[in-house]
Design a protein around this ligand. Structure first.
Ligand code: DGL
Length: 278
């Protein structure tokens, strides 16, 4: 008999970025229920200290646990880079971040071993992607660069391919990766795949872009399958979204990105209160 688990998958990010994981999860596992928490009241995480990021991630996870989730996905490069192994081991449900799935993909796709990583300041400072890549591929040369303006561009909806401001900003940030310096670039913050069109235009087709959302969704599907934890497939999955600030902006941008009107499924929560009482 096939073992199944119909509880929702818990996904969190500082804002909209984790939707790049949600979208891919919906595509490859359409029967899974998803509970998403976007910490829109405290975004960005990537400019903050390790201690603050760990504290916010802990509160986000506590909230998701109150929703009786079967696993946790840190759909945030910054939280994934900062959450410690000790913390992870104490969780009562399986966990994945986005660093390992993206690092595995980059290590196997890169022909030259010259791999670039873009991410938030906290992510690049942590060196987490480089460490994960070099564990898998010892010859890799990893170059990291932070792109602090990308997150506010995405949170404000300026992510379409023809957006001129996004293009100018991308040209500045991506200079270290031009002219054959890397053959693979990890979009190491989950907000960045929303800017994929802009980034691809600037870098051209010789640089392979690794989307942590897609890699993490595949990784999650394999993890649930191996552990007999997939939904039984009896009904289409439902996604519910929770945010820590007003719902309107999130609903609008999430709708544009997910190509669906999700406004009826978006609720505001008081994250600090829930985390403390949960
Ligand atoms: N989406 C996030 C990440 O993957 C967070 C960006 C931020 O809050 O600074 O790093």
């Amino acid at each position: 008999m096939k073992v199944t688990n119909n509880k929702p998958i818990g996904v969190f990010d500082s804002g909209l970025g984790g939707l790049t994981v949600v979208k891919q999860l919906m595509d490859i596992m359409p029967n899974e229920d998803i509970v998403y928490f976007g910490d829109t009241g405290r975004v960005p995480y990537g400019t903050r200290s390790r201690e603050t990021i760990q504290k916010y991630a802990d509160q986000d996870i506590r909230f998701l646990m109150t929703m009786d989730v079967k696993m946790i996905i840190a759909a945030c490069g910054t939280a994934s880079a900062v959450i410690s192994d000790e913390y992870r081991k104490k969780l009562e449900v399986p966990y994945t971040g986005v660093v390992l799935p993206a690092a595995q993909a980059a290590a196997s796709i890169s022909a030259t071993g010259n791999i670039g990583v873009i991410g938030t300041t906290a992510t690049v400072r942590s060196g987490a992607y480089g460490k994960a890549i070099r564990t898998i591929r010892h010859d890799a040369r990893v170059v990291g660069s932070d792109c602090p303006l990308f997150v506010p561009l995405v949170e404000n909806g300026w992510f379409e391919e023809d957006n001129q401001v996004a293009k100018l900003v991308a040209e500045q940030y991506l200079a270290p990766f031009m002219d054959g310096q890397v053959d693979t670039l990890i979009l190491g913050c989950t907000h960045y795949p929303l800017l994929r069109g802009v980034i691809a235009k600037v870098l051209g087709d010789k640089v392979r872009l690794i989307d942590p959302g897609a890699e993490t969704a595949r990784f999650t599907a394999a993890m649930l399958m191996q552990n007999g934890m997939t939904a039984d497939g009896g009904k289409p999955g439902r996604a519910r979204f929770f945010v820590s600030d007003t719902t309107e902006g999130f609903s609008q941008n999430a709708g544009r990105f997910l190509h669906a009107d999700v406004s009826a499924d978006v609720e505001r929560v008081d994250i600090e209160r829930i985390a403390e009482s949960g």
